[in-house]
Design a protein around this ligand. Structure first.
Ligand SMILES: [Zn+2]
Length: 186
């Protein structure tokens, strides 16, 4: 990609790329919807405002432009020869920011999927959609296992607390009984 854009063209281009939904992203959304997945889009409540959020599967999806997010090994990720330092730095910063966002989401128990724009070209779209849909379902299984585990742990914990309380009150009763039978006034 040669850097032949004027500053205003570059501004328009960046604005278009950073706008909320791009064509490939819409393609992915439509495909997932058709498969029965339901989701929120551009959820501002989550770190990095993920493009597609599937709460039921605890999965957040980012559709990344290959150039802006530095898709390594991809044809669309070619640093322009002019101003190459500027572009390299800019894209490295984007990549660092992406990683920070993924880290924060994972810390909140979200599974993060990244889909590159080049994977949403019409020719490869069906393969990508089936891969993504499998990943989402796997995440869903893990998430429900995790919820089941958490439910069991809290059940065990509740039972422990209850039996501890029973023991405490039994002990208290015994102590009270001892006190009354040992009373010097009797
Ligand atoms: Zn790519």
């Amino acid at each position: 990609m040669a850097d032949t854009m004027t500053p205003s063209q570059r501004h328009d281009c960046m604005a278009a790329i950073h706008s909320s939904s791009t064509k490939p992203e819409i393609r992915l959304r439509k495909s997932l919807w058709a498969l029965g997945f339901r989701f929120r889009i551009n959820d501002k409540r989550l770190p990095g405002k993920p493009d597609i959020v599937l709460p039921k599967y605890r999965t957040a999806i980012f559709v990344h432009g290959c150039f802006w997010h530095g898709h390594s090994g991809c044809d669309k990720y070619r640093i322009p020869k002019t101003n190459s330092d500027f572009w390299t730095n800019k894209i490295e910063r984007n990549k660092a920011r992406d990683q920070e966002v993924w880290r924060r989401l994972e810390a909140q128990g979200w599974f993060v999927l990244v889909v590159w724009e080049c994977e949403l070209k019409k020719k490869v779209l069906p393969d990508t959609v089936s891969r993504v849909s499998n990943n989402i379902k796997e995440n869903g299984v893990l998430f429900s296992q995790f919820r089941e585990y958490r439910r069991k742990v809290s059940e065990v914990y509740r039972k422990e607390i209850a039996s501890k309380k029973r023991m405490e009150s039994k002990l208290l009763d015994e102590i009270k009984g001892m006190k009354s039978s040992c009373s010097p006034l009797k």
